[in-house]
Design a protein around this ligand. Structure first.
Ligand code: SAM
Length: 266
């Protein structure tokens, strides 16, 4: 029976077999690997992953599709279907606390919160391969000083090496999305590239700075740091957040954390 794509679940199904093959080739699944696929949909990517003999966990929000996946992979011992909302689930429960690979042609309407949600398990994730809106991948991989550099770039690059692999046109999907897509690989760093004393302070500082991206740091960070403080770590307070590197964000947040410690706040 034909499945009618549900817009609210961001359902744009990959229907170009060459693109599916290209994705399977770059993921290169191996027998015994634990792989979690978010949003398997109608199993375009799932089929080659399942054939590899990997231990495959499928997490799908759409119950109708979940039932179809159950029927399709019935009797295939290496495939397990889970129904639920990836945004509200502990992915490590699904994979039994073991290291795992994460893949998905992600629903574009929730891609940013979903990325932040999955990054919390970066220590258990071996690698991630995602299809995303091209503009989101550009932001994830951006360099300081570019327009695309923002909170998503800083946080993704704190956790991972971000490697855009190839672009995918709208006509590779049914229904075709209104945007271009890109396929990206993320490899969590074994050791973060910068030392952060207090991670919540770092997250807060980065969010605050980019929530006012046209303002200078002197203005946007006024509630956290004064001009002398910003200058004390070699950062010009007249800069806007898009000029700051990950290391400079780390220095500013460590300054706040050290200062809070001095005040007995931790
Ligand atoms: N993997 C399939 C493909 O490549 O053709 C489908 C990709 S489609 C862009 C996104 C899939 O994610 C849909 O199957 C949708 O139902 C599912 N989905 C949407 N929101 C989800 C969520 N919060 N948790 C889990 N799956 C979700």
């Amino acid at each position: 029976m034909h499945h009618r794509a549900r817009k609210r679940f961001g359902q744009n199904f990959l229907t170009d077999s060459l693109v599916v093959q290209q994705i399977a080739d770059v993921i290169a699944p191996k027998p015994g690997q634990v792989i979690l696929e978010i949003g398997p949909g109608q199993a375009a990517l799932t089929a080659p992953l399942a054939e590899s003999g990997a231990e495959l966990h499928l997490l799908e929000i759409d119950r109708d599709l979940g039932a179809r996946l159950e029927a399709r992979f019935h009797g295939q011992d290496n495939v397990e279907v889970h129904t639920g909302d990836a945004l509200n689930m502990d992915l490590t429960d699904i994979t039994g606390g073991r290291p795992f690979r994460l893949v998905g042609n992600l629903p574009y309407n929730i891609s940013t919160p979903l990325l932040f949600h999955v990054l919390q398990w970066n220590r258990l994730i071996i690698d991630m391969h995602f299809m995303l809106q091209q503009e989101v991948v550009k932001r994830m991989a951006a360099s300081p000083g570019s327009k695309a550099w923002g909170r998503l770039s800083v946080m993704c690059q704190y956790y991972c090496a971000v490697m855009p692999l190839f672009n995918v046109p709208p006509d590779a999907f049914t229904p075709a999305p209104s945007v271009q897509s890109s396929f990206v690989r993320l490899i969590p760093h074994s050791k973060p590239p910068v030392d952060i004393l207090n991670f919540s302070a770092f997250e807060h500082l980065v969010s605050l700075a980019f929530s006012m991206r046209r303002k200078t740091l002197r203005n946007s960070l006024r509630s956290l740091l004064d001009t002398d403080g910003i200058e004390s770590v070699g950062v010009d307070p007249r800069l806007r957040p898009e000029s700051l590197s990950l290391a400079q964000f780390a220095s500013l947040s460590n300054l706040i954390s050290n200062h809070d410690k001095g005040n007995g706040i931790s």
